[in-house]
Design a protein around this ligand. Structure first.
Ligand code: HSE
Length: 432
């Protein structure tokens, strides 16, 4: 058997601790599969309480990144410190020292992927990032390798566990967003500052990464359109359910003749769609390829052990590549420079909830506004009356988003329209 392959671990937080523990727990199977042991020989960490808590040999630990990054005996660096600037600096230094890198850092890749992959190619090293999207779910390598023969037309995902947990609770228990969020924070399912999750930023970063791979054209985080779930009303979730839909925070990356679109927003999904059954903190990514058809990847999108599972899988692959002196397979696959569609050009169906005057001619006036802008109504229900107002729930046929937005603007100016209470896109039907 070959001697140990040496690893430098940057960060011993939740994920770093998981990596350390999983390497201990499953060292026998990992060694057998790789044909040699993996050995963490240096760890960058300042928090010595954490070091003691995990039973890590303090002799391995340093607070000086250079000691890890410049150690000639280290072959592979695992970056799990998070954040953008320091992580970027450390990864570039590791690559320029000829070390392969495994990272879980979606924030970094969704902003600086191009620079980092170019550096990896220049130094003939691997830069692997399976854990950056969907935690323990294998999705990056399947998209890059197993599905490489396909033209990918669509990637649709529930890629944020916090929001999926909140939406599941709102839907099952009929409770408001604020109340469920507070409970999720108390239980440790949501961060004390939950904005990155609930406003869709975390999901947008993951969709930027997935879209770049799926369409072979780099998409960065700021280019992804996003809306979060903080303004979703439990009333809409109830109405959607009565109409046969689940409400999910969806990441959608789609390519057609008009270009590539990448967006994150709440969406109504038909209950029979496989993603509609993905509940609680689980994530799933639904991929449509021209040869394979529909596929779905499901699992835990966060947590120490699921994330460590993806990271160590990457380490094993990087270790094999180093043994065979072949890092070409992992190189960047953004071969094209495809334009992104402006949001106004996106085609979708829409769920709308309007509060309007309850008297003859109102529906006709509303229908006139939609008709004049090419928006075709598929169904209208008067759900209830509130005093002398009526609550209308409409679903449109497929329409260009700009037409819908123009119609909403015109509706807001109609004296009979009291409020446009909600607009939620409808996805996952037979024609989208
Ligand atoms: N905060 C993320 C989530 C996990 O709630 O899914 C890390 O990406």
């Amino acid at each position: 058997m070959l001697g140990s392959l040496n690893i430098g671990l940057l960060g011993l937080g939740t994920v770093g601790g998981g990596v350390f523990q999983l390497l201990q727990q499953n060292s026998d199977v990992i060694t057998q599969k790789l044909g040699r042991p993996l050995n963490i020989c240096r760890i960058l960490e300042r928090n010595m309480d954490r070091v003691r808590q995990l039973g890590v040999d303090p002799g391995l630990v340093t607070s000086d990144p250079g000691i890890v990054l410049n150690d000639p005996d280290i072959d592979i660096i695992i970056e799990v410190i998070g954040g953008v600037e320091l992580a970027r600096e450390f990864i570039l230094q590791a690559l320029s020292n000829g070390k392969s890198v495994v990272t879980a850092n979606k924030d970094l890749l969704a902003l600086h992927g191009k620079e980092l992959f170019e550096a990896a190619a220049a130094h003939n090293c691997d830069l692997f990032f399976e854990a950056s999207v969907g935690g323990g779910i294998p999705i990056i390598r399947p998209l890059k390798e197993s599905l490489a023969a396909n033209r990918i037309c669509q990637v649709m995902g529930i890629v944020n566990g916090t929001t999926n947990y909140i939406l599941t609770k709102m839907s099952r228990e009929g409770r408001d967003f604020d109340e469920v969020l507070k409970e999720a924070q108390e239980l440790g399912y949501a961060e004390s500052d939950p904005s990155s999750d609930i406003e869709g930023d975390d999901a947008a970063r993951k969709m930027a990464i997935l879209a770049s791979i799926a369409f072979g054209s780099r998409v960065t985080y700021p280019e992804v359109y996003r809306e979060g779930i903080s303004r979703l009303s439990v009333q809409d979730i109830k109405y959607a359910s009565n109409l046969g839909y689940a409400v999910k925070l969806l990441g959608i990356a789609r390519e057609d003749e008009q270009g590539v679109e990448v967006r994150v927003h709440p969406a109504l999904l038909p209950l029979e769609h496989p993603l509609a059954a993905v509940n609680d903190v689980f994530n799933a990514i639904f991929v449509e390829g021209d040869a394979v058809g529909d596929t779905m990847f499901y699992g835990r999108g966060a947590g120490a052990m699921p994330t460590a599972s993806a990271i160590i899988g990457d380490v094993i692959e990087a270790a094999r590549n180093r043994q065979h002196r072949d890092c070409i397979r992992s190189s960047c696959t953004c071969f094209y420079n495809k334009p992104l569609k402006p949001m106004g050009e996106v085609i979708s169906k829409y769920y709308l909830r309007l509060i309007v005057a309850d008297r003859p001619g109102v529906l006709a006036a509303i229908a006139g506004v939609f008709g004049a802008r090419g928006v075709s109504i598929a169904s209208v229900i008067q759900e209830r009356t509130i005093g002398d107002l009526a609550e209308l729930v409409l679903i449109t046929h497929l329409v260009r988003e700009q037409n819908l937005q123009d119609a909403l603007k015109a509706l807001a100016d109609l004296p009979v329209v009291n409020e446009i209470a909600s607009m939620i896109r409808v996805e996952g039907g037979p024609s989208n």
